[in-house]
Design a protein around this ligand. Structure first.
Ligand SMILES: C[S@@+](CC[C@H](N)C(=O)[O-])C[C@H]1O[C@@H](n2cnc3c(N)ncnc32)[C@H](O)[C@@H]1O
Ligand code: SF4
Ligand code: SF4
Length: 305
């Protein structure tokens, strides 16, 4: 169990409105904001007896807006977790970052999602505040935790890649990571040149377009056939095999439907869920394209196999 990586959504709150984020889609569709926060003690109990590897990110929110974030991180560190945090980095004060830096250690990592420079980051990262992000970086760069600059390439920032890499070194980042987005299925307004596009979305279009389309499948959730990679818990404490099954499009369309409330951290431990025969069966079915869930065919089907 200690080998499992968990993807946790600490909160579905965020101060930004990135156009291709599920959170923005949810607001545009239902005119409602998601505002959940994970319950700290039930989450720690859920992992009882294990030392989980945790990626804090989420489908709908930004980890740093959990109102009791330091307590969450401190308690998870207290059971021996390693923690990676992905954040837009805006709107927290220097002291807040300083205190976070004192809790994390050299096994941990913070990834700042900064898609451009001062004059462009906010074009996709709507409402992002450059100065507050840089205050955060300044406060944490000399702590033990590793810091990474993740740069998603868009049409409006692709000319700044080299400059951003230089700035990342000047600012004290340990790593600069370029990311090619694959979120181009419904909207290509911000699409960069083809060398910066992950064209997996074309495979997704094929799966959705034809019931006869077949390919190989390589389940991202399995390592050596065991559910071990990026198993997902959302801000309401619901377990899903991965964040894609936990996205609004699919969350109500499998045995993990939160309305059934069978796999919530409040009523289970990691062990009871992973030993459940229906859950085991779900993971087994992901191994073949024919038996896999539609979401698995789209996300883990291999393009051009
Ligand atoms: C909902 S966000 C949660 C974490 C945090 N709020 C953030 O944005 O970094 C989940 C992940 O989606 C990424 N993301 C957002 N928009 C994206 C896009 N258009 N293409 C690819 N990844 C994107 C974020 O950078 C982050 O790694
Ligand atoms: S910062 Fe993250 S959670 Fe917030 S709107 Fe952007 S992608 Fe979504
Ligand atoms: S989409 Fe399916 S196969 Fe892929 S990681 Fe998620 S549960 Fe596993």
């Amino acid at each position: 169990m200690d080998d499992i990586t968990w993807h946790i959504e600490p909160t579905s709150k965020c101060t930004l409105e990135c156009p291709l984020c599920d959170r923005t889609w949810f607001y545009n569709t239902f005119k409602k904001r998601l505002l959940h926060e994970i319950d700290v003690d039930p989450l720690v109990q859920f992992f009882y007896g294990h030392k989980p590897k945790i990626n804090m990110c989420g489908n709908n929110g930004d980890p740093i807006y959990h109102s009791d974030f330091h307590n969450l991180v401190q308690k998870l560190k207290g059971i021996g977790s390693t923690i990676k945090i992905t954040t837009n980095g805006s709107a927290r004060k220097k002291e807040w970052w300083n205190d976070l830096g004192d809790i994390l250690d050299s096994d941990d990592q913070i990834t700042f999602s900064i898609d451009g420079l001062r004059d462009t980051n906010h074009i996709y990262r709507k409402n992002a505040n450059w100065d507050s992000i840089m205050d955060g970086v300044e406060s944490i760069k000399n702590k033990k935790v590793r810091i990474v600059w993740k740069f998603i390439v868009f049409k409006h920032n692709q000319h700044q890649i080299d400059d951003a890499m230089t700035v990342s070194k000047e600012k004290g980042f340990d790593e600069f990571r370029l990311e090619k987005s694959d979120r181009w299925m419904d909207n290509q307004d911000l699409m960069p040149s083809s060398q910066y596009v992950n064209d997996h979305y074309q495979h997704s279009q094929k799966v959705l377009g034809s019931k006869d389309y077949k390919t190989k499948i390589e389940p991202n959730c399995l390592i050596k056939d065991k559910p071990s990679n990026e198993l997902y818990i959302d801000a309401e404490g619901n377990f899903f095999p991965c964040c894609w099954i936990g996205s609004y499009r699919y969350k109500f369309k499998s045995l993990f439907d939160p309305k059934l409330r069978r796999y919530n951290i409040h009523d289970n431990t990691a062990k009871t869920i992973l030993e459940n025969s229906e859950v085991k069966n779900f993971f087994m079915q992901t191994k073949s394209f024919d038996s896999a869930h539609e979401c698995c065919k789209i996300k883990c089907g291999v393009k051009n196999a």
